[in-house]
Design a protein around this ligand. Structure first.
Ligand SMILES: Nc1ncnc2c1ncn2[C@@H]1O[C@H](COP(=O)(O)OP(=O)(O)OP(=O)(O)O)[C@@H](O)[C@H]1O
Ligand SMILES: [Mg+2]
Length: 593
């Protein structure tokens, strides 16, 4: 239960509506409880008047008594209908307040979780499974809502109704009340027992279902690999096995569920028999009237649903507590990248890496070791090195996806950590190595970082990235939707779309991480030429495997296993660094071909 405490602040936020809801529940129940009272009085009246009518046989007053009886019955009937209507109206208001509050809190909670997600660092994402993150924001929040809405609603309903009904019963006949209420705890306990079995089994079903979902998702995302390795049948068989498992788990649940209603009916039946038997004895003794007995029978039936719901509420509360624990677990994750407080700044002079080392926290791999270099604003930098040498890591440190483990990065002499993170990132156009396109139109993908860009600007950016012609040839040009992960575009087209997305922001600093690896040498040359012209005055980091001998760089950084093995200009490196010379000669050869 203590896990649910963290929800109190949300409940407090809507205290006004909740209080109203409580009042409505109480009113609705009050009108519900009044109905059996009316029925009982009507019945007693009928019994009494029938006797009088019999006795008045042959007298004139007989007609009078019977017309009196029918008009009183009519007014009792109208009262019952009136109370039922009022009960219904207040029930409607109850749902309009309490259930609405639960939806509002659900919204707030999801929003808070989303905000928190977006603050958490890359490391958190590497460690967590997407499915798990999705589950927390969707499933767990829904379970918590079941507590906030239905569980609270039925909880209050149960309490007020029980208090009202029991006090009404006791005021009529305390002895009969006792007999009536004896079987109810039994009902409650057995329902709780059954519903905890139901809960256990449905959890198993839920787990199996998410396994099935992720299995299907994986097969469909990797369908090309599955087909090309002729694994379709094997995957199919595995899927069928899992489906069988799901089916048998569902069957187990059906078996328990099948018990639920008969059991409830049995216990209600027993209760009613108790009332009739003991009530009959009381009538015989003249302690109570027949109307009272009927009233009691209705009360028993009124109480059964709330009493049944105790078990149900208990299991909702349990599930909500478990879900809230998972949500809190994640709220307790502190963002590792903290925002700096200098908000008003421009990038004016330089980026300096000062003895930067970086160890990936989860694997302990030392990706960078004692890296130092200074870059002036407007410089063009190439970062080259073998795979795994730490190139992408440098880009991520500039972007503050990670902070250095040792050393520091200075921007215009100020520590990068002291700058406002979001503002810093708006200055950078980044083309990541594993570029990602959203399932949206090409236009929207390109203007992702620049929502107010016009179509002309989008086209201009695409032209600079040398992708405009290819997009224009597509059936719906810029409105062409690219499917999940942009399957309709080739690797090289995706890369260039990604470049267009980075340059439309007109950023001060641009980082291209292997951004042209999937295009042929000619296209690369075209794009590079465009970029050379367009990005004059901008600070450009070009992380690459293939270095173009014609491009001019102010500095070329050669990385080897996480440290800088050489840094300098082309002329110097060409004569002093064999790795670099080899790269250039190789590229020159490729160009000749
Ligand atoms: N998220 C991560 N968690 C743990 N280790 C990582 C992570 N990313 C990279 N590494 C490790 O850090 C080292 C440097 O990786 P990095 O991605 O910076 O290399 P790279 O030079 O960009 O290589 P490539 O040319 O293949 O893109 C590698 O040994 C890699 O295994
Ligand atoms: Mg890389």
């Amino acid at each position: 239960m203590k896990d649910l405490k963290s929800l109190n602040k949300y409940l407090w936020r809507y205290r006004g509506r909740l209080t109203l809801g409580f009042i409505f529940v109480a009113l609705s129940n009050a009108f519900a409880v009044l109905q059996p009272r009316m029925i009982s009085q009507a019945l007693d009246l009928v019994l009494q008047d029938i006797k009088s009518i019999e006795m008045a046989e042959g007298f004139e007053s007989q007609a009078l008594i019977s017309s009196n009886l029918s008009s009183s019955l009519l007014s009792y009937g109208l009262l019952v209908i009136g109370f039922a209507l009022l009960m219904g109206i207040f029930m409607y208001f109850t749902r309009q307040t309490i259930i609405v509050v639960s939806r509002l809190i659900e919204y707030d909670l999801r929003k808070d979780i989303y905000d928190h997600y977006s603050k958490l660092s890359q490391n958190f994402y590497r460690k967590s499974k997407i499915g798990d993150l999705m589950n927390r924001i969707m499933e767990d929040v829904s379970k918590v809502r079941m507590y906030l809405g239905p569980a609270i609603l039925y909880g209050i309903n149960l309490t007020t109704l029980t208090v009202l009904v029991v006090s009404f019963m006791v005021s009529v006949s305390s002895e009969l009340s006792l007999y009536t209420l004896i079987p109810l705890p039994l009902l409650s306990v057995s329902i709780y027992y059954v519903s905890s079995i139901v809960h256990k089994r449905s959890t198993k079903i839920q787990q199996q279902l998410s396994l099935l979902t992720s299995l299907a998702q994986e097969v469909y995302s990797g369908i090309r690999v599955v087909k090309s390795f002729v694994k379709g049948k094997q995957m199919g068989n595995y899927f069928t096995d899992q489906c069988d498992d799901y089916k048998s788990k569902s069957m187990e649940l059906v078996k328990v569920n099948a018990f639920f209603f008969p059991l409830m009916m049995l216990i209600i039946g027993i209760s009613t028999i108790f009332v009739i038997y003991f009530g009959g004895l009381q009538i015989n003794k003249g302690n109570i009237s027949a109307g009272t007995l009927v009233e009691f029978i209705i009360y028993v039936n009124m109480l059964t649903w709330p009493v049944t719901s105790i078990g149900w509420i208990a299991s909702i509360v349990q599930q909500a507590a478990a879900s809230q624990r998972r949500i809190d677990e994640f709220f307790n994750q502190k963002p590792q990248i903290l925002n700096g407080n200098i908000t008003d700044f421009e990038f004016e002079e330089s980026i300096e890496f000062k003895n930067v080392s970086f160890v990936y926290p989860d694997t302990g791999i030392k990706a960078l070791e004692n890296i130092s270099f200074t870059i002036k604003k407007g410089d063009r930098i190439a970062i080259i090195g073998k795979t795994g040498s730490g190139k992408t890591t440098i880009a991520e440190i500039i972007l503050r996806t990670f902070d250095p483990s040792e050393g520091e990065v200075l921007i215009d002499g100020k520590p990068l950590e002291s700058l406002d993170l979001l503002h810093w990132r708006t200055l950078i156009g980044y083309v990541p190595q594993d570029n990602f396109l959203f399932s949206d139109t090409i236009e929207n993908n390109i203007k992702f970082g620049q929502n107010d860009a016009t179509l002309d600007e989008v086209m201009e950016a695409a032209t600079k990235a040398s992708i405009h012609k290819e997009i224009a040839e597509l059936p719906s040009a810029y409105q062409t939707a690219v499917g999940e992960r942009g399957v309709t575009l080739s690797g090289g087209q995706k890369q260039r779309t990604s470049i267009a997305r980075a340059i439309i922001k007109d950023p001060e600093i641009i980082i291209l991480d292997d951004a042209l690896s999937a295009v042929d040498a000619n296209t690369e040359q075209v794009v590079t030429n465009y970029l050379d012209q367009d990005l004059k005055g901008k600070t450009v980091f070009n992380i690459t495997h293939r270095i173009n001998p014609n491009s001019e760089y102010d500095q070329i950084i050669i990385l080897q296993k996480g440290h800088i093995s050489a840094i300098g200009k082309h002329e110097v490196l060409y004569h002093s660094n064999s790795f670099y010379k080899h790269l250039i000669d190789h590229a020159a050869l490729e160009n000749l071909e």
